[in-house]
Design a protein around this ligand. Sequence first.
Ligand code: SF4
Length: 289
Amino acid sequence: MRYEGMVYRPPSEARSFILQVTIGCAHNDCTFCTMYKEKQFRIRKMDEIRADIEEVYSVYGDNIRRIFLADGDALVIPTVQLKEILRLLRARFPSAERITSYGAPHDVLRKSPEELRELQEEGLEMVYMGLESGDNEVLRRIRKGATAEEIIEAGIKLKTAGIQASVTLISGLGGRERLKEHAIASAKAITAMKPHYVGFLTLMVEEPAPIVEEIRSGRMELLTPEEVVDEMELFLSNVDSEGTVFRANHASNYMLLKGNLNEDIPAMIQQIEDIRNRNGFRKERWRAL
Ligand code: SF4
């Protein structure tokens, strides 16, 4: 496989065949993100994609269970080409259970409902989409390039096309100043979208992310573990998204939480209380991105 640069994938794709269909992220501007800063964005040529598929097929045959289309936003690819990639994958790996990708909100919105439906019919099962925050002020500060309303619309559009939406939020992204707004607006956005999955990471900063400078200069303050779980409690107390699978089990999180909304909210709030009482937060040195 000719992987170019560092390759990222969601935790649930740890055992997937990662196929790079784009290099980097077309947006590449979010202030907290370092993932693709060293890459110049481009859509990969079909002959390279075909060669990677053939190489994996020659080694594993039809024994691939999950496929993830990397890098940052496969949905930026024109629908005709994306359908061809999905067709090639399904022809080689008919036993694969699912094909998934990251998707930027504007790329989802740019596609018509018919195009999304066609992608679903060709095998695109789920799209991981970063909401990051439901608070438009936070989204503006982090240069997300989309408003909460646009991201909600994109999530609903995916669901309507039969594509599952797995939506990511970041604890602490509003800093101390916007803790409350970030938690409550994020809960409102998830309530409006009702995605299949919602996952929380916790903000960790590293060079060369522009947010590092904001923290250094005091324009933004990182939350303590106690404040992060306060924020989580506020989110859980305000969200209403029956049936959404909730996960806050990323290595960056100070505590692990998982359950189904809404039924497991009281138990998760109790778990937060227990962790607070025994100061059972994950140690800083054990956190990772
Ligand atoms: S968070 Fe996602 S959209 Fe933003 S720069 Fe990173 S990869 Fe691109």
